[in-house]
Design a protein around this ligand. Structure first.
Ligand code: HSE
Length: 432
């Protein structure tokens, strides 16, 4: 009698022999840190994918900018091309986009989706700006768009929000979504100079091609917009994310955090309310022993607050070639499995985004040679913001105030006035 069993991934096995595996053609656009590690991982996982999913993944084309570079990858040279049309004509079942940006990457993704292919991308800027329209395109053409690797590197948050947590009633998200800045802040806390810490983050493959996007908060802003899309159904391109980074201010912000008993993190946050969704990325002072405070190096953390399921926290490596490649391969396998067993794929949705400003506590510090604090007190009075504590660091000439809860517009007004008056202010959220 024939025995029928299922593997852990749900693949049907008869008499211990997998049903005839299907070859799934994979094209990879981009072969930098992430794309290169994906090629290695696909080769290394071939037999697991075959026995687990009943699928043989065949790399049919790899798009690169400079084909002449020796990459030391297990790839035949004829698969490598710098010609976008040739790449597109490989007719892959699954196109992986690991180029980044919204230029050629968008062109490749749109072309693939329009012809009904499955697309897997690590591109947060592309998904944050065009995710809703790309998902519509995928749904219309019978394709599919997956982007686990676009948020949190190897932390499985996209699929969790899309599937497992989608019925939990998500009300808020908070986390660390940029590995580069967290790595830099961890090094600064140990006394490494900023430039050296940034150079290390680049060498380890954490930073963007243009690290300005890491440092000014845009990378994390794209990621919180994507998570807000999944959690609250808003169109990520329409979500206004209040974005503050650590460009030129990291050392001072870290000193402020220390002075007020915490550690500095670049925290991303989004919250649903009756009028829509409010989202921000900003330097934030947290307790050293909190989940966010304990996240070191390139670690990302996402806390999902729900009505039905309490607060769910996931964390792990948030940047780097290997974790990101692992997240990409997870999506590739999910997209490939239905091709083996003939199950229809699904896309994602869109909705509305309107900001509201929640009151929060803040630390504001200014630099003043005379260091008396009366100017800061006057500006606080003028903007209607109250300070709970005011401290003067006579050694550095820095005056720090821990503010009572105030809305963004008030603290922004205070910051603007202090800047105009030449006090060189820096501002952090205070969650200690
Ligand atoms: N530059 C990004 C980061 C890479 O540092 O988080 C992962 O998206």
């Amino acid at each position: 009698m024939t025995q029928a069993t299922f593997t852990a991934t749900g693949h049907l096995v008869l008499d211990s022999n997998p049903i005839e595996p299907r070859t799934v053609r994979v094209a990879i656009a981009g072969c930098g840190v992430v794309g290169g590690d994906l090629v290695r991982l696909i080769r290394e996982s071939a037999s697991d994918v075959l026995t687990g999913d009943g699928v043989r993944l065949e790399i049919v084309s790899v798009l690169v900018r400079r084909p002449e570079i020796e990459r030391g990858l297990p790839l035949s040279p004829e698969l490598i091309t710098s010609d976008v049309s040739r790449f597109q004509s490989a007719s892959a079942d699954i196109v992986v986009e690991a180029i980044g940006g919204t230029g050629v990457a968008r062109e490749i993704v749109e072309d693939a989706l329009a012809r009904g292919a499955r697309v897997v991308t690590a591109n947060k800027a592309l998904v944050a700006r065009h995710g809703a329209e790309l998902a519509t395109l995928a749904a219309r053409a019978g394709g599919r768009l997956d982007f686990e690797a676009a948020v949190g590197g190897g932390v499985p948050i996209v699929r969790s929000l899309r599937d497992s947590l989608s019925s939990s009633g998500v009300v808020a998200l908070r986390g660390i979504l940029n590995g580069t800045t967290n790595y830099i802040l961890s090094r600064l806390a140990e006394g490494t100079p900023f430039d050296e810490a940034l150079a290390l983050a680049r060498r380890l493959g954490f930073a963007e091609a243009n690290p300005e996007r890491d440092l000014n908060g845009s990378d994390a802003a794209d990621k919180i917009a994507i998570l807000s899309w999944l959690a609250f159904g808003i169109d990520p391109a329409r979500l206004a994310v209040r974005t503050r980074g650590i460009v030129g201010t990291a050392d001072r912000l870290a000193a402020d955090a220390k002075a007020f008993g915490g550690v500095l993190r670049l925290v991303a946050e989004a919250r649903a309310h009756s009028g829509g969704v409010t989202a921000a990325v900003e330097p934030t002072i947290v307790s050293a022993d909190s989940e966010l405070g304990r996240a070191r190096d390139e670690t990302n953390v996402v806390q999902v607050k729900t009505r039905w399921n309490g607060t769910v926290t996931t964390s792990g490596p948030g940047a780097g070639g290997r974790p990101t490649a692992a997240a990409l391969l997870g999506d590739v396998r999910s997209a490939a499995r239905p091709l083996a067993v003939g199950i229809a794929a699904g896309a994602v949705g869109s909705g509305r985004a309107e900001p509201e400003t929640p009151p929060a506590r803040w630390v504001v510090s200014i630099r003043r040679e005379s260091g008396v604090g009366s100017e800061l007190r006057a500006e606080l009075r003028h903007t209607g913001v109250h300070a709970d504590r005011l401290e003067i660091d006579s050694e550095s000439g820095v005056i720090r105030a821990l503010l009572d809860p105030a809305k963004w517009d008030r603290v922004d007004a205070l910051e603007t006035r202090l800047r105009r008056a030449g006090f060189d202010p820096v501002v952090s959220r205070y969650l200690v």
